[in-house]
Design a protein around this ligand. Structure first.
Ligand SMILES: NC(=O)c1ccc[n+]([C@@H]2O[C@H](COP(=O)([O-])OP(=O)(O)OC[C@H]3O[C@@H](n4cnc5c(N)ncnc54)[C@H](O)[C@@H]3O)[C@@H](O)[C@H]2O)c1
Length: 277
């Protein structure tokens, strides 16, 4: 019987001062005997949790932060293509994530949840349904950094026996903001529910899930077994905003309209959309 976990001993949330971290923290408070929060920015209102300020590219700091931890929720990093140069994305998202996995491995962490992104599969044609097992086609350098994180996750599951879940989060907002987000949106409430479900799930080996609400126009899927395993049941549906967002579409024929990654595919685009199958 693969029963749900009782409680973790110590859960570490990296990037805890950020938008998603601030929303999921309260939902995760009772999933562990102790909660440790980490960010390079000061963490306001830690609500009884231990708060550590430092950089995930600092190995000594990470070694200290990982002591006694058995579950990691790794959010820290640059959260979008325009959040930094390709070199800055490499530094925080690739080198940083590499370091968080290495420290987790050293300290015998059992479960690692990685905040991946839908931008791992951004250059698939917008009309195609995309599952969790297709080769990566990043929307940009940010998506490529998340593909590396997912590969590290697979490695740590297969080679080192760590339980790893990669959440390909969609557009995390209070409300969807354009027509693309009618499929890609994840509400604050559903993100908190997803985080809690994956932290508390029965044992698993390696999972990839799309982090989206119960959107009627969702284009990403194929992850029903993983959702069922962790017990994620989204409640919200972006369709409630369909009438107001109908006109907020990308220019027909542009990379933003043609591919799953939307406007992120368009940033710095110098290719030929007609050659992308
Ligand atoms: N918000 C979304 O729609 C979305 C979608 C897909 C994936 N994600 C991923 O979820 C995670 C959290 O996103 P968010 O929207 O909360 O972003 P955010 O920028 O609000 O939070 C990220 C946090 O990470 C911290 N951080 C960045 N680099 C760091 C470093 N080197 N060392 C320590 N801390 C560092 C930042 O200070 C920040 O508080 C990110 O990894 C992002 O890529 C977000």
């Amino acid at each position: 019987m693969n029963a749900p976990l009782a409680k973790w001993h110590r859960l570490l949330i990296t990037g805890a001062a950020g938008e998603i971290g601030s929303v999921i923290r309260p939902a995760l408070a009772d999933t562990a005997e102790a909660l440790r929060l980490l960010d390079q920015r000061p963490i306001t209102n830690p609500a009884g949790a231990e708060a550590l300020v430092g950089d995930i590219t600092d190995a000594g700091f990470l070694d200290h932060a990982m002591a006694g931890v058995d579950c990691v929720f790794h959010l820290a990093g640059i959260p979008r293509e325009t959040g930094g140069s390709p070199d800055e994305i490499l530094h925080s998202n690739v080198i940083g994530t590499h370091g968080v996995f290495a420290a987790a491995r050293k300290h015998g962490v059992r479960r690692f949840i990685f905040a991946s992104s839908n931008h791992v599969i951004g250059f698939y044609p917008a009309e195609a349904d995309v599952g969790p097992d297709v080769p990566s086609r990043p929307s940009g350098f940010y998506g490529a950094s998340k593909a590396y994180g997912e590969a590290l996750g697979r490695l740590h599951a297969d080679k080192f026996g760590m339980e790893v879940a990669c959440l390909r989060i969609g557009a995390f907002r209070a409300e969807p903001g354009n027509a693309r987000e009618l499929g890609a949106w994840i509400s604050h409430g559903d993100m908190a529910a997803l985080a809690k479900a994956v932290v508390q799930a029965p044992r698993f080996h390696f999972l990839v899930l799309y982090g989206v609400s119960a959107n009627s126009r969702a284009k990403w899927g194929g992850d029903a077994a993983a959702r069922a395993h962790i017990g994620y049941v989204p409640r919200d549906n972006a369709e409630n905003w369909a009438a107001t967002l109908a006109g907020k579409t990308a220019t027909p024929g542009s990379p933003a309209a043609l591919f799953h990654g939307g406007s992120v595919c368009e940033i710095g685009f110098t290719g030929d959309p007609g050659r992308i199958a």
